[in-house]
Design a binder for this molecule. Structure first.
Ligand code: HEM
Ligand code: HEM
Length: 190
């Protein structure tokens, strides 16, 4: 019988689902966040902010569950020729992603908690979310806003490195690193 502790050859379906759901939401949230901040004040801008916060909370919840899943389930090993700086870069990028997928929504939440505007946060206009007991001032809001923005910009760098590495594995090294993160109907094994 296959033991749970054995190194798998592919990511678990749950890990794949979480990977692609979170990736999709992050890839939409970053440009959407940048766009909404440039808009003139209007009801549409207010609605976009509320939607941005709502999807951000979904990312936060999924990411915390993903971290728990990652820490409690084995993942496939890197290919044998991926050693040294390449293996270290992969590990660093993956850790960096966990930092940003949790850190971005957290700093967003802290930002709105610190805002002197004190606009209530309601997920999809329905579920009220409490604010953190942080100092309410433009200064503290600004610190969280800057952290939110810098983490989002760092994420763009991580995505470029990560997608570049995935393409290199698939097209140059011709190994199964990309395939093992794809849904089964796309991985060529089913
Ligand atoms: C997937 C998670 C999230 C991503 C990727 C993300 C990304 C961004 C980006 C790129 C900006 C524009 C920053 C700038 O250029 O000034 C932004 C703005 C903003 N985000 Fe998020 N965000 C996320 C979650 C959240 C959450 C959970 C909240 C609050 C609960 C939030 C609140 C805000 C607010 C209020 C702004 C506007 C700041 C301003 O008016 O200057 N974000 N976000
Ligand atoms: C915001 C977007 C993304 C985030 C946050 C993200 C995050 C991550 C993380 C944290 C891992 C490590 C999984 C783990 O061990 O827990 C991972 C693995 C992986 N990602 Fe992404 N990813 C993103 C986008 C993409 C895209 C667009 C692609 C492909 C074009 C991709 C392909 C892969 C592959 C192939 C792996 C498996 C790597 C391996 O087995 O070593 N990712 N991703």
């Amino acid at each position: 019988m296959r033991r749970m502790t054995q190194t798998p050859t592919s990511y678990h379906a749950v890990a794949k689902l979480l990977h692609w759901l979170i990736a999709l939401m992050i890839i939409v949230q970053i440009p959407a966040g940048m766009f909404m901040t440039q808009m003139d004040f209007s009801q549409t801008k207010f609605t976009l902010y509320q939607l941005h916060k709502s999807f951000g909370f979904i990312v936060l919840a999924l990411s915390l569950f993903r971290l728990y899943w990652r820490l409690t389930h084995p993942i496939p090993a890197l290919p044998e020729n991926t050693t040294g700086w390449k293996a270290a870069a992969a590990k660093l990028t993956h850790v960096g992603f966990y930092v940003v997928i949790i850190g971005i929504p957290m700093t967003g939440w802290l930002m709105v908690s610190a805002s002197p505007l004190e606009i209530p946060t309601k997920i999809f206009f329905a579920i009220p979310v409490p604010h953190w007991p942080v100092p309410i001032s433009e200064g503290s809001e600004g610190v969280f806003r800057l952290s939110h923005e810098l983490l989002a910009k760092a994420t763009i760098g991580l995505i470029v490195l990560h997608v570049g590495a995935a393409m290199n594995h698939h097209f140059k090294e011709k190994d199964d690193v990309l395939l093992r993160m794809l849904p089964r109907f796309l991985d060529g094994k089913s």
